[in-house]
Design a protein around this ligand. Structure first.
Ligand code: WTA
Length: 639
């Protein structure tokens, strides 16, 4: 990269070879964003019928490519097959070092998708049905998702490290009748039994059939007539499966995400717009070339895994890598080994991972040949300047551009990042809005904030084609969460941000009760619900506090109904969280307190609790109904 002041730019060679190296794209897109997306939609996507209207806006609802018909798998496979049939679509690296990787060509992956699509059909899955997928990072998760897409079923992937209870809630909300899971997977050397977790979740759901991938050979309980081995089912099927022809606006998938309240929200994504946005954001932001080996480290259970782990690489005919396990297992340099072994050219990961590797030290990195890398990406949480520079110097050897990509489950794809062939890149700033995206930063009254002033990041019409279209079965929540702060035509992201004099955007973090723990999106409300389920807990408050590695971590303040010894109650609360959400939500600390700071109307003042850890002034708490509690809690924390 070339450094100019506080900015970085791609090298001349990089720029010259880049997919997009012409600044004029920004102006052209800004002039008529709808036309801009329409032009892109005409290229690279197989349409069975062209749309009649590109963008229809009935605030707060909107649609893209209305009247268009397609099946996204035709753009992932059929379109490429003549040229790319023997190209590797997916490299799968298992966690155990002594196990062989798998490589699936475009043709092979397509055959497996077709076979599994036929399995689903035979089990009675129809267009529009919801299919639960609770699978780890194994190739079958991609096959299952795309098989659903092939027949027009709506896939609902649930992160495999989520607890049975979290799975149950999602299955209940979608009323899925089929669940696809596995007998297990490897994580840090352990064979986790996923089927056992699924079994717990299935009671009280409408799931009638369970398809189980044999991955680790775990012993599993079996319900005859309900449970089937994946391998038994697919071997009876042919690979040819005609695609269901979908309306552009038909749902493709539902992915649950955390909001301010305890209940997760099912974000509904549609076929047409999502396909267009996935294809083009990936192509331009990762600057894909024929020879690239792309590694997106995100789990497929999160939106990054959906869009840039599955759909976008396939739509672009790229080879991508999927890794089953923990990137620092069995040694901290496992991820370097993987890059070296497969000659990975583009790495897309989260700041938490970068900070973790930085902590292990440069020696691990130096042991490996990382020269294959030509582009780096960051996602999921703000990347601080130190981590950015470490990533750039030690991993990118100061030559790779870094695309710091901002987006959300709701937006379906990346909306803010400087493009790799153009820049500029500035540590701590995600960069420029993607061409055609109209962002703004507003103060509480709805006025645009001046340069360098913090405000709320919003997106103006026409948003983007890959945006979600609603919260599954909850239009009220959709309206309230995203379209009520500044009226029904401005999308409220819930992120605080500022922009510098060049218009580069810095994301400060969430302004709601969502916390990003190691890039994972969690809601403090969800955690509070989990803790409150413990019979001894009278009330609790959860706040996210800064953490050097994970960005943010939850801490919990608990008021007990009746006194209990700490050593007994704390592990119980931990178990409660594991049961309700999963290990990713575990708190850094649990504080037992006699009361929580409250306003006179009884509202818990989480802000004050958070300030104990951020070093900010505690502020004026004389208006609390119980100001004396602040000192008492402080004593407990510093103890
Ligand atoms: C945060 C993940 C700073 C942000 C794709 C957003 C980021 C939330 C960045 C969405 C980034 C995502 N810099 N913050 N580059 N990317 N975020 O739905 O707070 O899991 O609102 O989607 O992650 O999280 P989600």
């Amino acid at each position: 990269m070339i450094k100019k002041g506080d900015l970085y730019y791609p090298t001349k060679e990089f720029r010259k070879a880049a997919q997009l190296n012409d600044e004029s794209v920004y102006d052209k897109a800004a002039e008529n964003p709808i036309k801009f997306w329409e032009d892109l939609a005409e290229r690279g996507i197989v349409w069975r019928k062209t749309w009649t209207k590109a963008f229809v806006h009935r605030p707060p609802h909107f649609q893209w490519f209305v009247g268009g018909k397609l099946n996204i798998t035709e753009s992932c496979f059929n379109r490429h097959l003549p040229a790319l049939k023997d190209k590797v679509a997916l490299i799968w690296e298992p966690e155990p070092l002594n196990e062989k990787p798998r490589r699936l060509t475009y043709r092979e992956l397509f055959s497996e998708v077709g076979r599994f699509a036929n399995v689903l059909k035979k089990l009675g899955v129809k267009k529009g049905d919801r299919v639960g997928i609770y699978l780890p990072m194994i190739p079958e998760v991609i096959m299952a998702m795309l098989a659903c897409a092939r027949i027009g079923a709506i896939h609902c992937v649930v992160f495999s490290a989520f607890s049975p209870q979290a799975l149950k809630v999602r299955l209940q909300d979608t009323r899925a009748r089929i669940l696809i899971t596995a007998d297990g997977y490897y994580r840090r050397g352990q064979a986790i039994n996923l089927k056992a977790a699924a079994d717990v979740a299935l009671a009280e759901t409408q799931v009638k059939k369970v398809i189980v991938v044999k991955r680790v050979g775990n012993k599993v309980a079996w319900q005859k007539g309900r449970d089937f081995w994946w391998s038994d089912l697919v071997k009876k099927e042919k690979s040819a499966c005609l695609p269901a022809i979908m309306e552009s606006e038909d749902p493709l998938f539902i992915l649950y995400t955390s909001g301010s309240t305890g209940k997760p929200k099912g974000c509904v994504h549609t076929n047409g717009g999502y396909a267009v946005q996935s294809l083009w954001t990936g192509k331009w932001i990762f600057d894909w070339r024929k020879t690239d080996i792309f590694w997106c480290t995100a789990d497929v259970g999160w939106v990054t895994g959906h869009t840039y782990g599955v759909y976008s690489p396939l739509l672009n005919g790229v080879t991508s890598l999927m890794f089953e396990g923990a990137p620092d297992f069995p040694e901290p340099d496992r991820w370097c080994q993987i890059i070296e072994k497969y000659r990975v050219t583009i790495l897309y990961t989260a700041p938490t991972a970068i900070r973790m590797f930085a902590k292990y030290g440069e020696d691990f990195v130096k042991k490996h040949d990382l020269t294959s890398l030509r582009l780096l990406g960051s996602v999921g949480e703000p990347i601080d300047e130190t981590a950015w520079l470490w990533y750039s110097q030690n991993v990118g050897k100061s030559k790779c551009p870094i695309v710091d990509t901002w987006w959300q489950t709701e937006t379906g794809g990346i909306l803010i990042t400087s493009l790799p062939g153009l820049g500029p890149f500035k540590p701590g700033f995600t960069g420029r809005p993607f061409p055609g995206i109209k962002t703004d930063i507003l103060d509480d009254r709805g006025k645009s904030c001046p340069v360098n002033e913090k405000g709320n990041l919003v997106i103006r019409p026409p948003f983007s084609p890959g945006f979600f279209r609603g919260i599954y079965k909850n239009p009220k929540k959709y309206r309230e969460t995203y379209w009520s702060q500044y009226g029904s035509k401005i999308y409220f992201t819930s992120d605080g941000a500022l922009r510098d004099k060049r218009g580069l955007i810095r994301i400060i973090g969430r302004v709601d009760d969502v916390i990003k723990v190691a890039g994972h999106r969690l809601s403090t409300g969800e955690l509070e619900n989990a803790v409150n389920q413990h019979p001894s807990v009278a009330e609790c408050a959860v706040v996210g506090i800064p953490d050097k590695i994970k960005g943010e971590v939850p801490v919990i303040f608990v008021v007990l109904g009746k006194p209990q010894p700490e050593e007994k109650i704390k592990p119980e609360i931990i178990n409660q969280i594991k049961k309700e959400i999963g290990p990713i939500a575990l708190p850094k600390e649990i504080y037992l307190v006699e009361d929580l700071p409250k306003t006179r109307s009884g509202k818990i003042m989480r802000r004050i609790l958070k300030r104990f850890f951020t070093g900010e002034e505690l502020g004026d708490f004389s208006t609390l109904s119980n100001p004396e509690i602040v000192e008492k809690i402080k004593k407990i924390i510093v103890r």
